[in-house]
Design a binder for this molecule. Structure first.
Ligand SMILES: O=c1ccn([C@@H]2O[C@H](COP(=O)(O)O)[C@@H](O)[C@H]2O)c(=O)[nH]1
Length: 304
């Protein structure tokens, strides 16, 4: 089954388009949780690994009912070197077993030979002594289009081969996104040209429902751009980060959906993983549950 078809199936089953973003830093985990798991007999690194896994695992359990998937932000695991990646690997398997969509937000790309290495790692398989090994079980990855077609091709090929998904950065949510993305090239915004490329790259990997497995990242803070991107990409999923803390408004999601009020998945990270700061300080699991339920319901009220 294609990635886009799997995604649609889960969206229908869950009546949700919410993705929980796991961007956890150990300093933001509540003290009471750290104290509960910190073992003085163990090394700092062993404690880090246990606490990072156990906290995120509980968040995932708490929000499972309200989300269609989990997006792991690579940076927050890479900051702990290979120890962080060990935890990421375990969490990825954990989410996979729950039949949710698992996204690796690494914004990877490079020249084609190196891009192939990234694609092997996160979407496909790697040859070791003639044997094919699959290391991560992600369903989709985010990529940066700056290197052009040859840097994207290895990912697209693995999407076709392994029925995986790709989200290419088209218009990002951050304050400086206009610096390059809004430059005018050939009478168009650069992000429009990138969206046209995304259409081209994804036109041969469509699922039965007619959606492409190659989608775009479009920040929730970019409603004007979203209207234009939707015209260029009528049959692609948009991964939309930036609601909440970054100022993106749930009401604006009506500009991101397609003509069937479909075609988006919406990420929320800090508002979910650190919801205890706004809800119940002493119960982070219940807080994350309540936050995810409230975000899911407010999105559904806008797009259904
Ligand atoms: O344009 C982009 C692309 C990616 N992101 C990522 O999404 C989350 C957003 O986190 P919040 O806490 O919900 O603001 C984070 O992992 C970013 O790296 C983005 O925000 N904007």
């Amino acid at each position: 089954m294609n990635f886009s078809d799997r995604l649609i199936e889960i969206i229908k089953k869950k009546s949700s388009v919410l993705i929980a973003g796991i961007d956890t830093s150990i300093e933001n985990i509540p003290d009471y949780f750290i104290k509960r798991f910190y073992d003085k007999e163990k090394s700092e690194i062993d404690n880090l690994k246990t606490i990072l896994f156990e906290y995120n695992r509980r968040i995932i359990d708490a929000v499972e009912e309200n989300v269609v998937g989990v997006k792991f932000q690579a940076a927050f695991f890479e900051q702990y070197s290979y120890h962080g990646f060990e935890v990421l690997h375990k969490l990825c398997e954990y989410v996979k077993n729950k039949k949710l969509v698992v996204i690796f937000d690494g914004k990877r790309n490079d020249i084609s030979s190196s891009a192939k290495g990234y694609s092997n790692a996160y979407l496909g398989e790697t040859l070791i002594f003639g044997r094919k090994m699959r290391f991560f079980e992600f369903d989709a990855i985010t990529t940066n289009p700056y290197l052009g077609q040859d840097g994207i091709k290895p990912f697209v090929e693995d999407c076709e081969r392994f029925k995986k998904g790709l989200f290419v950065l088209v218009k990002t949510s951050n304050p400086s996104s206009a610096e390059f993305q809004d430059l005018i090239v050939e009478d168009k915004y650069l992000f429009e040209l990138v969206a046209e490329k995304v259409y081209e790259w994804g036109k041969n990997c469509r699922g039965k429902e007619g959606y492409s497995d190659v989608g775009a990242v479009v920040g929730a803070t970019q409603k004007e751009a979203a209207k234009r991107i939707r015209e260029i990409l009528p049959n692609s999923f948009l991964l939309v980060p930036g609601i909440g803390v970054q100022g993106g408004k749930v009401e604006d999601l009506k500009y991101f959906v397609d003509s069937n009020n479909m075609g988006i998945i919406v990420n929320s990270s800090r508002d979910i993983i650190y919801a205890y700061k706004n809800y119940l300080h002493s119960d982070f699991e219940k807080s994350s549950y309540l936050a995810s339920k409230s975000i899911k319901e407010s999105i559904n009220a806008v797009i259904s």
